[in-house]
Write a protein that binds this ligand. Structure first.
Ligand SMILES: [Zn+2]
Length: 66
């Protein structure tokens, strides 16, 4: 046993931008990865990995033509 009592295993999660429910990942997500909020069922895109930031995934049905 080491003297360290601090765990390095942080829960990988980020708040849903839509409903603010915590969205958990079983592993570190990739940039641009699409996941789904279990609470509001909206599609979310990972836009930052450290810290993890989620944004609503763009609707594929519409062409925003940016
Ligand atoms: Zn949500």
């Amino acid at each position: 046993m080491t003297s360290s009592t601090q765990s390095n295993q942080e829960t990988i999660q980020a708040p849903c931008p839509e409903c603010e429910a915590p969205v958990a990942f079983s592993r570190s997500p990739l940039y641009g990865e699409i996941t789904e909020c279990a609470a509001c069922e909206c599609e979310l895109e990972v836009t930052n990995r450290s810290p993890i930031r989620l944004e609503l995934a763009p609707e594929v049905e519409e062409d925003w033509g940016e």
